[in-house]
Design a protein around this ligand. Structure first.
Ligand code: 4AD
Ligand code: MG
Length: 432
């Protein structure tokens, strides 16, 4: 019996009989030849069927196949210089597993995005979407591998929370047995408890924000990886963020060249992501904006336009640190040299992909943190457990959150974040 071989492994079977299991992506016919494009999730291969070899019946069966018919192809792998994967399959015979009951709604021609988003469950089968999902999975693998191989412990934070981590304006409220609870905006506060127990941890899970803006960077449900490290300061935090990004990009470029080629990603840009990343203070970022004719003032937050303008100055991610404390979260430590600013850092991706990382050194003094909770009008009771972390062996510590989808968007070079996650959730979008 010939072995079942996935498309991405066919090259190792040149000259051998194999079995291919997949779906009909597309087909062209010319006289007594059918050229079937067969996809199996690992890639797409051309299977060439000649009437003389398979006989009239199988040839007619192949001719009647609808797009996305599921099939099993028995054939032989042969080298083919014109093929993007270097091989094609000469068909000996074909089995039909399922003939679609209707015409597939997505043909290989162009469709509008609104239509494709409604058909997301089927759109996932197309070449570009498969490439994106494979790159996404590789990014996740590289991130986990990075932390797992450096002594970090994976720690899962809860999804239901009694309090806000990142401000109260975009919380999803849920009814928790008659009490108010919220879907988590960030695993960080729990990650801090974990860092005090385990030293170095990372959380990696979905996070939720009721973002009422429709931008190309905002989802309401997105995945975040959040390292948290005891005895680390802001400089250590920036080193960790930089090293993580360099290693992840290196691994993805090495392992997902074929997919990045499908996405027509310019690899020279990704290959420039090397240490050191520029590190500039918020106030230096403002100077850049002034030179570019913007009138941003100290105390203003940067939006997409400002981030793009700043990123244009650099060929790799830029780290902007020491933002005004007033525009940052309650838990961030102030700079002892300049109490107007927080020991915070944002990492802005090149080419206008925007903020991919937000992080900070945390306030570790009990009385100061108590005062911040009050200033931010946060309910003290809900944070008592968090304050305990400053009551029992408080240490300097820091961490950050890397948004997975924005990272996928940048690495894949996608205009909109909605294509970076299998089933995107956005304002006005919860189906399919
Ligand atoms: O800057 P943010 O809000 O930081 C935090 O949540 C911290 N508690 C993280 C930490 O220090 N442990 O979010 C971190 C990252 C952003 O840089 C961005 O990449 C992503 O999460 N992000 C979003 N991605 C998609 N859609 C949204 N609505 C996002 N909001 C934030
Ligand atoms: Mg942020």
């Amino acid at each position: 019996m010939a072995p079942h071989v996935y498309v991405d492994q066919l090259k190792q079977h040149v000259g051998q009989p194999i079995v291919l299991k997949g779906w009909l992506y597309n087909m062209a016919s010319k006289g007594k030849l059918h050229f079937l494009q067969v996809r199996d999730g690992s890639g797409i291969v051309q299977a060439v069927m000649s009437k003389a070899e398979v006989g009239d019946q199988i040839f007619a069966l192949a001719g009647s196949l609808k797009q996305e018919a599921s099939i099993i192809v028995h054939g032989t792998v042969r080298e083919d210089a014109r093929s993007p994967i270097g091989v094609e399959v000469g068909v000996q015979t074909l089995e039909l597993i399922h003939q679609p009951t209707a015409d597939f709604p997505i043909s290989p021609k162009d469709h509008g995005t609104a239509f494709l988003m409604e058909q997301r469950h089927l759109w996932l089968r197309s070449r570009k979407q498969v490439a994106v999902l494979r790159v996404r999975a590789e990014i996740v693998r590289q991130i986990r591998n990075y932390f797992d191989s450096r002594g970090f412990v994976l720690m899962d934070a809860p999804m239901f929370t009694p309090s806000a981590c990142e401000g109260t304006s975009n919380l999803f409220e849920v009814d928790y047995f008659g009490d108010k609870a919220y879907l988590t905006q960030s695993g960080q506060l729990y990650g801090e408890a974990g860092a005090m127990a385990l030293g170095r941890i990372y959380t990696f899970g979905p996070t939720f924000r009721a973002e009422k803006s429709k931008t190309r960077r905002h989802l309401t449900e997105f995945w975040m990886v959040e390292p948290e490290v005891a005895f680390m300061d802001l400089d250590g935090d920036m080193e960790l963020a930089e090293d993580l990004l360099v290693e992840v990009i290196k691994g993805v470029v090495a392992n997902r060249k074929a997919e990045l080629a499908v996405l027509e990603r310019d690899l020279t840009k990704l290959e420039k992501v090397q240490k050191p990343f520029p590190r500039i203070r918020y106030e230096e970022a403002i100077e850049i904006l002034h030179k570019k004719g913007k009138d941003t003032k100290f105390g203003d937050d940067f939006g997409a336009d400002e981030e793009t303008a700043i990123s244009e100055e650099f060929d790799r991610p830029v780290m902007i640190h020491r933002y005004p404390a007033a525009i940052k979260a309650f838990y961030m430590k102030r700079d002892p040299q300049d109490p107007r600013v927080a020991l915070a850092v944002d990492v802005i991706a090149p080419d206008g992909y925007g903020e991919i990382i937000g992080g900070a050194q945390r306030e570790d003094d009990l009385a100061t943190l108590e005062a911040r909770i009050k200033e931010h009008n946060l309910p003290r009771e809900a944070f008592e457990w968090y304050l305990d972390l400053r009551r029992y062996g408080s240490v300097p510590h820091a961490g950050f959150g890397l948004g997975l989808e924005r990272t996928v968007q940048w690495i894949c070079g996608l205009h909109h974040v909605r294509e970076t996650i299998p089933f995107p959730r956005m304002m006005g979008k919860i189906e399919p």
